[in-house]
Design a protein around this ligand. Structure first.
Ligand SMILES: *Cc1c(COP(=O)(O)O)cnc(C)c1O
Length: 494
């Protein structure tokens, strides 16, 4: 299986092996890598997968896409990535919230958010790609984070051969809990710095570093190659296909659906990566009727799905579901390519970068509307959903998952579609204890990790996830605050 760029408009596009696509991340023309075809799953395949555990399911699906990787390597990597120590007994369990409504819990990994599902395996895929391509340099992962991605990347890359990782976050721009999670990071190839300034300052500085040819040369003299842990990398996307298929198998195994039944899937969306992985699963033959794309007040995708116009020229809101506070959903480019091809995609992306807006044609829009519904939730609706679902069903959701659940309920009440609905649950409620607590009527104001975790647990009678409890106990390792002018020196030093 080969990969090509979404923006390659030539008659015979450049084809790349999956290992090279994972190593490069972005295609040379700034497009995203997509597989030349989508492997198909028959009902028999789904039956076979139903009999497997999560690591086996993951290895099976990955091997269909990553054909240049050795099968034994993939099985071992999946076994290690989705181990009981890292994820508990079930890596991605499906919980019944109420009749017809299920929560696919993607937060049982080491940082209690769904990015672990990809970031526990992606570094292993990259490390193997480096080995396969005979790379001699140290690959240095540079990450700018407003909180959650940084920690998930640190856990993913810790002690991964051939790599080290440096994470930069805005000083005073993350919660105390997030800061503590990063400051206590274990591993021999990790470093964490807080940078004076806000998130935009940090991100802009890192973008400059990535495009600075002189700096790259300086790093190379020290045997260092810069790389990012960006969510547009195919190696981050493909592991996410697995849990949609896995959830379907689990629903069949539990008797909640019968093999062949359709399900609906609702995904709280930011960069469009998670929901796009679901779309790939559907293209492989998974019986999904419809995707509900759930957004917070930054509802650029809701408008796009409803009107066929993507317009990023709008006010940016800071919400209590910060991982969805995004105005440019990069992975949407892959969907556009798969529906309309590279000529259309290259043209639309050019319009987006030049004008901040594009409109798709009627036929493309009709195809998207056939499969996707767009819904969004205001902040007070998100809080009300957390309260309602906890009160009525005894199920505590985080702020992102609540956007998903609230949008799923809106869809169901609008359409009366009673197809089993699976909502992707993207973070543990304990990742956002203050907003979750206050939504269910607590009065939490103190931004202190220990106080927040213990109060939420006492009030709700639910356990604090072990990895978060552990960060209260681990020693703080990283306390350096740096000015952004210092970053050039830091990132090039061996
Ligand atoms: C990253 C993230 C999302 C958004 O996922 P995308 O793949 O960017 O659409 C939703 N919820 C949480 C908790 C996240 O960390």
């Amino acid at each position: 299986m080969k990969y090509r760029s979404t923006r390659d408009t030539s008659l015979s596009p450049v084809m790349t092996e999956s290992s090279a696509a994972i190593k490069k991340g972005l295609a040379p023309d700034s497009g995203l890598y997509v597989p030349e075809e989508i492997p198909q799953l028959s009902e028999k395949d789904l039956e076979a997968l139903t009999g497997m555990d999560y690591p086996e399911r993951a290895a099976y699906i990955l091997s269909l896409f990553l054909t240049d990787y050795d099968g034994d390597f993939l099985r071992k990597a999946c076994r290690e990535a989705y181990s009981v120590e890292s994820f508990g007994k079930y890596a991605a369990p499906v919980k019944k919230v109420k009749d017809g409504l299920y929560s696919l819990e993607l937060w049982h990994g080491p940082t209690c958010a769904f990015k672990d599902m990809a970031l526990q395996i992606m570094p292993r895929l990259l490390s193997e790609a480096l080995r396969m391509t005979g790379e001699k340099n140290l690959t240095r992962i540079l990450v700018a984070t407003s909180g959650d991605t940084g920690k998930a990347a640190l856990e993913g890359y810790r002690d991964i051969e051939g790599t080290d990782i440096m994470v930069f976050y805005p000083k005073d721009g993350v919660s105390k809990m997030q800061e503590r999670q990063m400051a206590t990071q274990e591993g021999n190839n990790v470093a964490v710095y807080s940078v004076y300034g806000n998130f935009d300052d940090v991100q802009t500085k890192l973008k400059e570093i990535f495009s600075d040819k002189g700096l790259a040369d300086r790093a190379k003299e020290n045997g260092i190659l810069f790389s990012s842990a960006n969510s547009i990398n195919w190696g981050r996307l493909v592991p996410q296909v697995v849990y949609y298929i896995s959830a379907y198998c689990d629903l069949v195994a539990s008797g909640d659906i019968v093999m062949g039944d359709k399900i609906n899937v609702c995904v709280p969306t930011g960069n469009f990566g998670n929901i796009f992985a679901g779309y790939i699963a559907r293209r492989m033959g998974l019986p999904v009727k419809r995707f509900i794309c759930a957004s917070n007040s930054n509802n650029v995708l809701t408008d796009f799905i409803n009107n066929g116009v993507y317009d990023k020229r709008r006010e940016f809101y800071k919400t209590m579901s910060p991982s969805m506070d995004i105005l440019v959903s990069s992975n949407l480019e892959r969907l556009l390519f798969m529906i309309g091809g590279s000529d259309m995609t290259a043209d639309l992306m050019k319009q987006l970068s030049e004008n901040g807006i594009y409109k798709i044609d009627g036929e493309t829009h009709a195809k998207i509307k056939e499969m996707f519904s767009g819904y969004c939730l205001a902040e007070d609706e998100t809080a009300a959903t957390i309260k309602k679902i906890f009160g009525e069903c005894g199920y505590l959701t985080d702020t992102h998952t609540a956007v998903g659940v609230g949008c799923a309920l809106k869809y169901i009440s609008d359409t009366d579609d009673r197809t089993a609905m699976v909502v992707a649950s993207t973070a543990s409620p304990y990742k956002f204890p203050m907003d979750v607590g206050n939504s269910i009527g607590m009065n939490m104001e103190k931004d202190d990790p220990e106080y927040l975790l213990r109060s939420l647990s006492e009030y709700t009678g639910t356990p604090i996830p072990r990895p978060l409890e552990r960060t209260l106990e681990l020693p703080v390792r990283f306390t350096a605050s740096v000015r952004k002018e210092e970053l050039d020196g830091i990132v090039t030093k061996r």
